[in-house]
Ligand binder design. Sequence first.
Ligand code: CA
Length: 208
Amino acid sequence: MVRHVNTSAYFRVKGWENSHLTVEMARHKYESQRLHTFMLPAALRLNYVWGTMGKILISALLTVYLGSIGSDGRVFERCELARTLRDNYGFGRENLGDYDDLNLFVLGVCLAFYESSLDTSKRGGPNTDGSYDHGLFQINDGYWCYPPDQYADCNVACDNLRNDDITDDIACVRLIFQRHGFDAWYGWLNNCKGTNVEANWVADCNIG
Ligand SMILES: [Ca+2]
């Protein structure tokens, strides 16, 4: 059966009436133009959506990647820090004057809590002398780390005292402790000293 094609629609497009287009050419051109009119914006929108999602995905992956190689700090749990100080850094029982035969990790947890809320990335200050304090144990840059270069007795960059590896922080804490004891820290002096730190801070951690 002969298919009657309504060609009038093709030639209704402005400017085509007097052209020499054949019906078939006009139909192609019409369909092609209709495709662009309706499909292109949709395609662009789809492209935008995928582009935006792609950017979000790349950004998220980058954050995870940088976090995994990263120098960002971390926040310890109380018992986790006690275990870490004992197991990884050898904080054991020592005689400490009025704290005879008490585990250093017990004291370390109380001290670190009041100094940094157990957050290794904390930067405290400025103090009245313009100095700043760095990391889990809030080590002061006026005496122990650089910059400034003068009096950096721990020979460590202050930035490295605010990352998630506390090895260099512990080395510095040991030096400070040798010279001054825990009294070097106000967090300890004002909140931990004279209290039953063992009962208050690690009794429920199942470590002895
Ligand atoms: Ca560090």
